[in-house]
Structure formats: C-alpha cells, structure tokens
Design a protein around this ligand. Structure first.
Ligand code: ARG
Ligand code: ZN
Ligand code: CA
Length: 253
C-alpha cells in the first residue's frame, strides 16, 4: 500500500573465482529474507521462548526490498577488507549506484573472518551500503545448492548489516562487557557483551533481570538460526531515518 516504503536494492557481485559468482537465485533468496525479517514475517519467530520478549517484538516495518539490479563483475582482488575498495571501480570493486535512492549491497570474498560490514546513515554516498561475504549471502534453506558457510547460512548477516544501515547499534552497546554502553534503544535490555552460537534462554548479564539478554535479536552476534527478531523501539529508530528530516528521506518516495 501507499504507506509502505519501497527500497530498491542494487546487488554488486564481485567475483574472483567462479564459486564467488553466486547465482541470481541466491541473490533473490537474500531479498526474500530481508523482507521476511524486517516485516516480521520470518517463520522462525515462533522459536521465541515462552514469556520472554513477545511484548516488545517488532510488529514489522512498513518497508519492502525490491531487487533493482544484480551486477556480476570479475575482479582481480582475491579477498577484500573493510577498507571500502570493493565500492570503488578503480580499486577492484564496483561504484555505488545512486545511493540516495538505492540500497547498495556488495557481495564478495572478505578476509579476516569478516562476515560483513555496514555504513551508518549520514555518511558519504559513494560508500553508502553494506558489504557481505559471498558465503553468508542468501539462504541455504531457500537455495539448497548455493554456496554457504556453516552457522551463517540463513541470510541474517545482511539483516544485521542492513540494521546498521538503518541506524541500529549492536544490542550490547559495544562496551566489551562494561554494562555502561547503550544501543540507544529503550526496550532492549542492557547487555554486557555479544553472544555467539545458540545460547540457552535465559542468559543474563549486567543484572538485566529474569529475561536477561535479548540474544535472539538480529543485532547480536548469535548464529543465523538463533536470531529472529527486532524490537518495537528498534523499528521506531529505523523508521525515523526515512522521515522528511531523516538521513534517508529520499528513499521510497
Ligand atoms: N559484522 C559482523 C561480523 O562480521 C556480522 C555478524 C553477523 N551475524 C550473523 N549471525 N550472521 O562478524
Ligand atoms: Zn554489526
Ligand atoms: Ca537497550
């Protein structure tokens, strides 16, 4: 409907070996995951433990991701880093396409165990967007024959990075367990450090009460199959960027 913000997505697949040139089916599976996760239509939301965070789960954002273009381009670069070379045609990458109107996603090989990284709103348009490791892009559940890495094979790396692109911070507040940092979101419990793997509920830190950490939030570091929600106030924080005075006001109108 007219209240839904349409987000055109440009996917740049930079490949050095044929395996890195992922299929358009795998690209499309990631678009589907983004729509499911941001619209709160992901079926694994039922995994939320009884009497935990049901009341503060996001009801879904009025956004729709639409694949505008999938570019497949050979690169001589065997492995990229977080230095943004992948976003520059002169540095072995591919230039962003109209980042004021499109979400640009670069898919490539990344070194140092990096699954992805993002740029917060308000930065340079030439580097605006997210970068995702080719083996963590898309969903193995939707494309069984695709190229995936264990534990990060359901498309949640892009959900996490697009969360940053929509102004979300890490849920633990990036303070290495000090309990003083904040994600600037009211309804997510204060949390010490990041969680990995598939934690058992509840996992408490920072005296955050009987429900403990919201480790099943996309902005934690748990496995793809262990993260399945945004909170209501995360939704509010994300939607604020699309308002007339927000940093992504040009998108979707
Ligand atoms: N920026 C994080 C990293 O590179 C992404 C973590 C994504 N987590 C996930 N379960 N997919 O480590
Ligand atoms: Zn992150
Ligand atoms: Ca919080």
């Amino acid at each position: 409907d007219g209240d839904t913000i349409e987000i055109p997505v440009v996917v740049h697949v930079l490949w050095n070996t044929p395996a890195q040139d992922i299929s358009d089916a795998q690209v499309q599976s990631q678009i589907s995951v983004l729509n499911e996760d941001f619209q709160n239509k992901n079926t694994d939301g039922t995994l939320l433990p009884a009497n935990s965070f049901q009341a503060v789960r996001s009801q879904g954002l009025p956004v729709r991701f639409v694949l505008a273009q999938a570019i497949h381009k050979y690169t001589k670069t065997s492995s990229f880093s977080s230095n943004d070379a992948v976003k520059n045609s002169k540095r072995g990458g591919d230039n962003a396409i109209d980042a004021a109107e499109n979400l640009n996603i670069w898919v490539c090989n990344l070194g140092q165990g990096l699954l992805g990284y993002a740029q917060f709103p308000g930065g340079s348009l030439s580097t605006d967007g997210v970068v995702i490791l080719y083996k963590a892009f898309g969903s193995r559940a939707k494309v069984p024959g695709g190229t995936f890495t264990t534990s990060y094979d359901l498309g949640r790396t892009a959900t996490h990075e697009v969360g940053h692109w929509m102004n979300l911070r890490h849920i633990w507040g990036d303070d290495n367990g000090a309990c003083s940092g904040s994600d600037l979101v009211t309804d997510t419990p204060n949390q010490g450090a990041e969680n990995y793997g598939t934690p058992t509920y509840p996992h408490t830190s920072c005296s955050n009460g009987s429900k403990g950490d919201m480790f099943m939030n996309y902005m934690d570091y748990t496995d793809d199959k262990a993260m399945y929600m945004f909170s209501a106030n995360q939704k509010d924080r994300m939607m604020a960027i699309f308002t007339a005075s927000g940093p992504r006001s040009k998108m979707g109108d």
